[in-house]
Design a binder for this molecule. Sequence first.
Ligand code: BGC
Length: 345
Amino acid sequence: MSIEKRVFGTTKDNRDVYSYCITNKNSVSACIITYGGTLQSLKIKDKHGTLRDILVGFDTVEGFEDRCDYQGVLVGRYANRISGGSFEINGTKYNVTKNEKDITCLHGGGEMSSALWDVRVISENSVEVSYTSPDGAEGFPGTLKTSVVYTLTDDNELSISYSAVCDKDSFINLTNHAYFNLGGYDSGDILNTLLTINASHYTPTDENSIPTGELRSVEGTAFDFREEKAIGRDINDDDEQLIMCRGYDHNFCLDKTEEANIKAFSPSSGIGMEVYTDLPGVQLYTGNFLNGTQGKKELPMYKHAGFCLETQFYPDTPNRPEFPSCLYKAGEEFRSTTSFKLFVK
Ligand code: BGC
């Protein structure tokens, strides 16, 4: 095990961005950068012994500053969307940033994802990033102190453990927005990747990607990933939800299971992963809006170049009392862990 610190680059306003790369005994490595507390790369040897970076994203600070669709960044205070950019707590209405079409709040307005996070090496295989979001940032109540620990084990498991405390009652929903391509970031699209999601229901949305409130059964639909299937198998079905979102961009309601909540496998590279989470939902987003933006090694990232598994509370929970609650009292700690267990076969 080793952790290597480097200067990753410099922001436009001249602040240094550092990377911390954790490498295990199998040459698997995870690099975290202080910009956005981002998981910037995740490398593992494929079945042919070639080292592959399985995250689509950027290798320059400029990419993150100018062209980012949340590639690998930490997302808060409220991952995913809040309808109308407003909600109520204890009778007080809060208006948060409407950064999507001036209609909805997406990913908490983006503040945390573009901030420079503090960093601390906490053991030979874990790095903690932390950030304090000031009271009222993007309209959210209270000062929020967040810490996220990335740990890579010799079993090739990368865990991301989140902890956050606010000094006012607040909704908290944190996630990581990595775009995976298990064939390698430079291997084309992810439509042949095999995916399993242990979810019997998902939350269909309106035209602004806000859940309608319905928990719809996946049975007999393109959203049924309970048996392993290629991401692309049904993605072009004549289903209004898929047409509206140009592919999958939906929250799946995870079933209780002892097994992995999600599995993904690339037949071409032989690289796969099991995903475990304690959160009730996951947003499967198949990179539908990527439009050729220049990414790592100046390669363009096209539609479906990667897929995200954003473990989360359901979208718009602040306005949906029937959804599992993510209202945290002042001083009450939000804690959650999602882990990605890589394998090769
Ligand atoms: C959203 C997508 C959005 C993407 C990048 C995902 O979490 O669900 O609609 O395009 O983030 O912003």
